[in-house]
Design a protein around this ligand. Structure first.
Ligand code: GLC
Length: 753
């Protein structure tokens, strides 16, 4: 029996402290809970409790090893008010948590799914949603509330170290793939964190570099995909980026986080910083960056001082806390979800495999098709990464899965013969070379490339005598914390070129073919050596089932239908941002001028007539398709325009096509790209002779470009040309329509005002 005096006394104390009764958090009483917090509690609640201090990334508040070891961080728990901690974990290619837990025998494996670039290369939003659904299921079943994904920054320059996590050079494709990912994850009742908002297009000095760009480039290229995702999916959270944007840290930018994100786009969720982002925490709070992760001691002191000296108001503090609590009450940890710790990894491995096969891009296949290969063929399989296949990139986007299937294993599973000596030779060589590399202790640590072995002509002569074909894998890995280099990453090494050239010479002399497989994190040179080989398949970083997925395509079980989501240039110098990436001064860039402006990727190559090696949207199939009968719903644009076109499988095997719609808008006072992607549809699997009618709907938004002087998106009056094709440089059908009068489709807040 509680002594009545004690109760009265404690109530009196609380009243004296201005602390009302202790409400227990519910959806309905968030404001009461905020009122019931003491000032110290409020300040604490604005930041996470951090990942274990052992993370080596500097001091964090607390070092609680939360309920899910290996998660990236947690929000504060406050038992007094019924507030549980919310668990946040990476990443865009699957859930990253510790596989091993102290004192436990079992392992906590998750699934390494295909990474961002290969998912985008599927051009298949329903497939990406399926991947997101599987990722969301693993997130939920391992007790995590927020998956820190998707990474959706524009691939402005092919050297960016994190491009593997991102989708494309194009904002339309990026937005639609990211939206599918968000929907897939969030249908499980867990959240996402679309990142990194915004313009985190390089890793070099990412925490301080200032991305300087025109307002038009910002709106049309670097914000457009985020705008689409926020407006169509309402992601539970947005993660601000490390960098500055036009002089202000994005995490401190009220213009970005409040005026644009919330006031213009209607974002209803919560904004978190990136981990250890920034230094002016009071400015972050004021800007609308609700949560600071992973949480550092100096944040508390700074915010307390800011409140005391009036630079930070309690309204701003309370507002942010309310938004964090609105997130909390949606999460499984708050709802008491009994997670199994046992998601169906077998089923998810199949999802990973299917997505990987559909994202692989066949760049070359000879006049007489080399691929698919007949099962039972004996394959001279060369290249380290045929045997140590790279499934994903490095950094926070890394996913530790149980067993990664190598290309060698996958080909053997599919019934191809790889002679034992070759397998043994690679195993021994790779083990010796790996032993020379520094041990890897941090996920952010660079993974050194394994130098390719030099093959003598005699060895190759032996191989060609005992095998039907040569398959050579070129591997590249990169990741968070550093950008790629032209010589080491984009260009092939001497040993790689020797392997390709010598093997081609020897095999071709005997009338045998050579297939190159690119197991790469990002674009590499695919022009200086492409004429040496007979087929080129870009496998990207295909996830845990890598080898089986490659084999599915190589043996013809799956007809490749991937299309490039980023341009392969003929030379790095042809990349429009090559001149100013990663910024000035070269050694330690303080800023990067986005002089390419809106002309990123194919927008540049098409408008400025710089022919690429392989264009955006390009990819071959084992069959052929025609497109015909393009019809528009009218000659003039009224409110919307639909375009229908018929695609037909004119070849001999089942296949899928990506029907792409590009729009050429009338040139006015401001220059425009010659074409821009405004629609795409991945067909169903079409049998030979089967056709499918595809319908696109263009809205006024699709016609509009951004006019900074009017702070508006405007669809200009004039003649538009609809171009439908199977890449950004192969238009099979065209039709025009006119817009009689300008339409202001969106009024915005200009950067200046
Ligand atoms: C990292 C990354 C971000 C990740 C976060 C948590 O620094 O930039 O993408 O989600 O920290 O690991």
């Amino acid at each position: 029996m509680v002594n009545i005096k004690t109760v009265l006394l404690s109530v009196a104390c609380m009243m004296a402290l201005g602390v009302s009764a202790q409400p227990k958090l519910s959806k309905a009483n968030i404001k009461d809970v905020v009122k019931a917090m003491t000032l110290d509690e409020k300040i604490e609640f604005l930041h996470g409790i951090g990942m274990p201090a052992a993370s080596g990334s500097g001091p964090v508040t607390g070092s609680v090893q939360g309920k899910v070891p290996g998660a990236a961080g947690e929000t504060q728990r406050m038992e007094r008010l019924g507030i549980p901690a919310i668990i946040m974990a990476d990443g865009p290619a699957g859930l990253r948590i510790d596989t091993i837990r102290s004192g436990e025998k079992r392992r906590y494996y998750t699934t390494a799914f295909p990474t961002g670039t290969i998912l985008a290369s599927t051009w298949n939003t329903s497939l990406v949603e399926e991947v997101g659904n599987a990722m969301g299921n693993e997130t939920k079943e391992y007790g995590v509330d927020i998956l820190l994904a998707p990474g959706m920054n524009i691939q402005r320059n092919l050297l960016c170290g994190r491009n593997y996590e991102y989708y494309s050079e194009d904002p339309y494709l990026t937005g639609h793939i990211a939206a599918a990912m968000v929907n897939g994850v969030q249908k499980n009742g867990v959240g996402t964190s679309v990142k990194h908002f915004a313009a985190n297009n390089q890793e070099t000095r990412r925490a301080s570099v200032d991305a300087r760009m025109s307002e038009r480039a910002l709106r049309e290229i670097y914000l457009r995909a985020f705008q689409y995702v926020v407006k169509t999916t309402q992601p539970w959270t947005v993660m601000s980026s490390y960098n500055k944007l036009n002089g202000t840290f994005t995490a401190e930018s009220k213009y970005l986080l409040t005026t644009i994100l919330r006031d213009e786009w209607g974002f209803k969720g919560m904004v978190t910083t990136d981990w250890f982002s920034g230094k002016d925490f009071a400015a972050q709070v004021a800007a609308g960056n609700d949560l600071m992760m992973p949480g550092r001691p100096n944040e508390t002191e700074q915010i307390k001082a800011a409140i005391a000296n009036g630079t930070l108001s309690m309204e701003e503090v309370d507002r942010n806390i309310e938004r964090i609590l609105e997130l909390v009450v949606k999460c499984p940890s708050f709802l008491g979800y009994k997670y199994s710790d046992n998601p169906d990894l077998k089923a998810h491995a199949e999802v990973s495999r299917n997505a990987a096969t559909e994202g692989m891009v066949l760049l070359k296949n000879g006049l007489t098709p080399v691929l698919p290969l007949k099962k039972g063929m004996s394959v001279a399989l060369l290249g380290n990464y045929s045997y140590k296949t790279i499934v994903g990139g490095t950094g926070s986007g890394e996913v530790p899965s149980a067993h990664n299937v190598s290309i060698a294993e996958g080909l053997q599973n599919a019934g191809f013969t790889i002679n034992k000596e070759l397998v043994a030779l690679h195993a021994k060589y790779i083990a010796e070379e790996v032993a020379k590399l520094p041990p890897r202790t941090q996920i952010i640590q660079k993974v050194e490339a394994i130098p390719e072995r030099l093959w003598t002509k005699d060895e190759l002569q032996q191989l060609v005598a005992n095998n039907d074909i040569a398959v050579i894998t070129i591997g590249r890995i990169a990741g968070e914390g550093r950008d790629r280099k032209v010589d080491a990453d984009y260009q092939l090494s001497e040993a790689e070129l020797a392997m390709l050239n010598n093997a081609s010479e020897v095999f071709h002399a005997k009338g045998k073919k050579v297939v190159a497989i690119l197991n790469i994190d990002g674009v590499i040179d695919a022009s200086t050596w492409a004429d040496k080989v007979d087929a080129i398949l870009v496998a990207w970083l295909p996830g845990v089932q890598a080898g089986n997925a490659v084999a599915d395509v190589v043996c013809g079980k799956v007809n490749p239908s991937g299309k490039l989501a980023i341009t392969f240039p003929k030379a790095y110098e042809d990349v429009p941002s090559a001149k100013d990436f990663p910024g000035v001064p070269a050694k330690k860039p303080q800023y990067c001028e986005y002089n390419d402006d809106i002309f990123v990727g194919y927008r540049y190559h098409n408008t400025k007539n710089v022919e690429p090696a392989y264009p955006f949207g390009y990819g071959l199939s084992y069959t052929t398709f025609s497109m015909s009968g393009l019809k528009l719903s009218g000659k003039t644009f009224n409110n919307k325009m639909t375009a229908t076109v018929t695609v037909k499988n004119t070849g001999k095997v089942d296949g899928k096509e990506v029907v792409q719609l590009y729009l050429s808008a009338p040139v006015t006072s401001q220059e425009k790209p010659s074409e821009e992607l405004k629609g795409f549809v991945k067909t169903k699997l079409l049998k030979p002779g089967e056709q499918q009618v595809i319908t696109f709907t263009l809205s006024a938004d699709d016609l509009a470009s951004y006019y900074p002087d009017q702070s508006s998106w405007i669809a200009d009056k004039g003649t538009y040309t609809v171009k439908v094709g199977n890449s950004s440089r192969n238009f099979l059908q065209e039709a025009t329509f006119t817009l009689k009068n300008d339409i202001v489709t969106e009024k915005c807040h200009g950067m200046k005002n």
